[in-house]
Design a binder for this molecule. Structure first.
Ligand code: ADP
Length: 478
């Protein structure tokens, strides 16, 4: 059977959690695949995904696009290789799913909501699954699936058992889905944080630089040792608030399998005499024990402002402590401090000397294309009105049955592009607020007709709750 090795790249933002792999026409031809077919993906582990066509800019680059979850299922990161081959997947008679223990926060048994099975089934219908896979369920705003997980946007479930087993299976209407109450162990790292590169709109270049500076030295210290270059201890991300500095730091930590330690600058300096230094020291100590780690210092200018602006004794001592901690860090590359600030020239130059925060990356305001991506990210899993008027249907990619849904998606996409064009000057955080406001408006409209006395609103009713264009337009007028 023909197989092919390709380089892994991050998924398109809209693809997160959909269980698909994007392949270019050359690869499709070589492996005799059509969109909708199922492939086996082998890295350090084996997994599966459904085939979709790659966008034109990706053609003949020797790459595949898969999301964070498929990358974890295959045991690979961005830049590494996977082997792809076509497979036939028999129908799954049964699929047993469980939550990773790390997600249940110590609660021994999990209460799934009344309609959890149905919701999950709808999410994963027609998907291929291999035993051991993490299957992310994008939680739409409508219904919390479990009592303890109301706020999570993505819920990673683990396929602990399939029937038949030891083969890639396909979930169909006939598949019996069982939710195991006992959580599953061994997925701690997978669910440490669920912020991934797919959660970041735009900033492609910036992510690439952050990865080179942080992820690479963490994963391959031998490379840096071989070339006799020092990976950075500290990196400054600077740019306007709400542009994704925190988001990038979290994503790089998660994607590198590193722990994430957050320090809010203003909070540190607000402490009592001696407490600030102690707290800093504690966090650095924890991070060292927990290595590889990322320490993120938000608003670092409040801890270490330019000396001429420093008035208080506290600030002076906190800066001194931070410098001592940085200079004392020996495990180069395994612990990295990321500082975020709105203005890079607002921080103490002593901090920016070689061996300290000696790399700087500008995180700017998104352009139209970036805003479009950010809107796509934040409306993921949100039911949005397509448009009533009929337009020419696109080429059906995965069978006639899914064509209307595809058409709806295309229309939603067009509308998001239109919104992106009209939101010049909005940063990521503003776009998130816009989407949330539109959803709240939709909710308020629907509330009077809902029977809130019932324990759970039935899926048939939920399906009718759709965020309209008017909701977005009104939110935009705010
Ligand atoms: P900063 O640290 O630059 O002030 P954050 O990373 O805290 O900004 O952004 C706040 C929120 O706004 C994020 O959690 C995210 O939901 C959204 N956001 C900001 N920038 C982006 C982006 N580039 N892509 C997607 N979402 C973004």
């Amino acid at each position: 059977m023909e197989e092919i090795q390709l380089k892994v790249e991050k998924a398109y933002p809209i693809d997160l959690g959909r269980g698909i792999i994007r392949l270019d026409p050359t690869t499709l031809l070589k492996l005799q695949l059509s969109p909708g077919d199922i492939v086996e993906i082998r890295g350090k582990k084996k997994t599966t995904a459904k085939v979709w066509r790659a966008d034109r800019q990706d053609w003949d680059q020797g790459l595949v696009r898969i999301d964070n979850f498929i990358r974890q299922n295959a045991g690979v990161s961005i830049g590494e290789k996977v082997t792809i081959r076509k497979v036939e997947a028999p129908e799954a008679k049964k699929l047993v799913l469980a939550l990773p223990e790390s997600m249940t926060q110590g609660g021994p048994e999990l209460q799934f909501g009344e309609h959890a099975n149905e919701i999950i089934k709808r999410h994963i219908l027609k998907r291929p699954v291999f035993r051991g896979d993490i299957i992310p369920i994008i939680n739409s705003m409508s219904q919390p699936m479990t009592e303890s997980l109301t706020t999570s946007q993505v819920i990673p479930l683990v396929a602990v058992e399939t029937e038949p087993s030891n083969t890639i299976v396909l979930i169909t209407e006939a598949t019996l889905i069982e939710l195991r109450k006992k959580p599953v162990q061994g997925y701690e790292k997978a669910t440490r944080g669920v912020t991934t590169y797919e959660d970041i709109g735009g900033l492609g270049e910036e992510i690439m630089r952050v990865r080179e500076m942080i992820e690479l030295p963490m994963k391959h210290p031998e490379l840096f040792a071989h070339l006799n270059i020092e990976p950075p201890k500290g990196v400054i991300l600077y740019g306007p608030p709400g542009t994704g500095k925190t988001l990038i730091a979290k994503a790089v930590a998660n994607e590198s399998g590193a722990s994430f330690h957050y320090i809010a600058g203003p909070e540190i300096v607000g402490k009592f005499y001696g407490e600030s230094e102690e707290r800093l020291r504690k966090i650095f100590e924890e991070a060292t024990q927990d290595a590889p780690s990322v320490i993120f210092i938000d608003e670092i200018d409040s801890i270490a402002p330019k000396r001429e602006n420093v008035t208080g004794e506290v600030e002076r001592r906190v800066v001194a402590q931070l410098l001592t901690l940085l200079d004392g860090m020996v495990e180069r590359g395994q612990v990295v401090v990321i500082g975020a600030t709105n203005r890079v020239d607002a921080i103490d130059p002593a901090l920016r000397r070689p061996g300290r925060f000696d790399r700087e990356i500008h995180i700017g305001v998104p352009d139209t294309k970036d805003r479009y991506e950010i809107l796509q990210i934040h409306t993921r899993g949100m039911p949005i009105e397509g448009h009533a008027e009929t337009e020419e249907a696109g080429e059906a990619e995965i069978g006639a049955g899914e064509a209307p849904e595809r058409e709806r998606k295309e229309k939603v996409d067009k509308y998001l592009m239109y919104l992106a064009e009209r939101t010049q000057g909005f940063v990521g955080a503003d776009l998130l607020a816009l989407v949330q406001e539109a959803a709240m408006r939709c909710l308020r409209e629907n509330l009077p007709d809902l029977d809130l006395e019932k324990d759970a609103i039935p899926p048939e009713r939920l399906e009718k709750i759709i965020v309209t264009r008017k909701n977005f337009e009104d939110a935009l007028m705010e």
